[in-house]
Design a protein around this ligand. Structure first.
Ligand code: MRU
Length: 371
């Protein structure tokens, strides 16, 4: 793995300053056959670009949240499994397929909640199976094409989510978001932030509020950073302040991302999202979940069936402090995600339009459009 820092990466041709938005969240280095990501654990203080070739380092990058956010994890997995496939030594399909499945299961074990991880790996596996009769080099080349396709698709999908989301808001609106469902969580535009980017391009002058998002501070470290870099008006607040902001009438709409949407519309997203939705219901603020159709998992019937990742206690007790803030030996509850019940969600914004309750029916229509 090699590391480039913000200081030794080439400047823009016109001499202007680079911002975080000029770097690729996830990409493939065709010459070095490497996954290239921004190390998000170092933001906002340092821009470090990692060039990763080994499967163990890719697994670690996902698990340690160097690359994070459901769509970005999906693209990372697609590029990662292509890189793994290049290294497989096999003369026949069965040997290749067995090694491919092993590598795929390994990457899939890095994080459990974001369905985009298994979705992308399944798409890559389908490519392998569709080329069963071809030679191994052709299969690897097909995987290469599919990985780049998944990456490009992510950009197009997010832009469409932005277009639909923008139809729900107006210039000057106050918009609240939680965690980072921004460009740093996708390839470009983000999901929850896509309406903000598109509106900003058109001079909408939103007032954006970013929940800090305890314990890993994605809202404070990432969302506010990227939106400010884009020139938007951004305010950070602690998670326990959003209800008071809504009560003061400062929030016209809420946009959040998601890691998995169940068939009934229950939605898993970063821990704290459901509290925002509950407060939004109380204060009559529309609460929208932005979800590429790749995040809608019809095989998961309700939120109760979604596996919620539990993470280490240190993220809560000591990670951001000079000294631990919880005395030794005290138990810590640290789920990475929570489920927002479907009846708290005003609408789910997809690349094929906005799904409204009842979600089982509107998802059927969305997937029919997709087909
Ligand atoms: O633990 P993280 O930082 O990967 O959690 C990310 C989120 O919860 C995002 O809101 C979600 O993945 C959607 S990203 C478009």
């Amino acid at each position: 793995m090699s590391v480039l820092t913000g200081d030794n990466i080439a400047k823009k041709k016109d001499g202007s300053e680079l911002t975080i938005l000029d770097y690729d969240t996830v990409n493939l280095d065709e010459e070095k056959h490497a996954l290239v990501i921004i190390d998000q654990t170092k933001l906002p203080n340092r821009i470090e670009i990692l060039s990763i070739t080994s499967q163990e380092d890719i697994w670690d990058a996902i698990y340690l949240l160097k690359v994070r956010g459901a769509p970005a994890i999906g693209v990372t997995a697609a590029i990662g499994i292509y890189l793994a496939a290049r290294e497989i030594k096999a003369d026949d399909f069965d040997t290749f397929y067995t090694a491919f499945r092993k590598a795929s299961d390994y990457l899939n074990s890095s994080r459990p909640t974001a369905v985009n991880l298994s979705w992308a790996l399944k798409r890559m596996e389908d490519v392998v199976l569709a080329h069963k009769e071809a030679g191994i080099p052709e299969i690897v080349e097909a995987l290469h094409r599919e990985a780049l396709h998944i990456r490009q698709e992510d950009i197009d999908v997010c832009r469409e989510i932005g277009r639909h989301g923008l139809s729900l808001i107006k210039p000057g609106d106050g918009l609240l978001t939680h965690c980072n469902a921004g460009q740093l969580a996708t390839v470009r535009y983000g999901t929850a932030t896509a309406p903000m980017y598109l509106g900003h391009e058109q001079g909408y002058n939103f007032k954006i509020y970013c929940d800090e998002t305890r314990p890993l501070l994605q809202g404070a470290r990432l969302t506010s950073f990227e939106l400010k870099s884009a020139g938007m008006d951004v305010t950070v607040l602690c998670d326990n302040m959003s209800a008071s902001l809504m009560r003061e009438g400062k929030v016209d709409a809420i946009f959040v991302g998601c890691d998995r949407v169940a068939g009934n519309g229950d939605t898993a997203n970063k821990i704290g999202t459901s509290m925002v939705a509950l407060a939004a219901k109380r204060y009559g603020v529309p609460f929208y979940v932005c979800a590429p159709t790749s995040t809608i998992d019809l095989e998961t019937k309700t939120g109760a069936d979604i596996v919620i990742e539990q993470r280490k206690a240190e993220e809560v007790t000591s990670m951001w402090y000079k000294e631990p803030m919880v005395a030794d030996g005290i138990k810590v509850y640290n789920p990475a995600f929570d489920v927002t019940d479907h009846d708290l969600i005003t609408g789910i914004v997809t690349e094929y339009g906005i799904a409204y309750p009842p979600y089982d029916q509107s998802f059927r229509e969305i997937f029919l459009k997709k087909a």
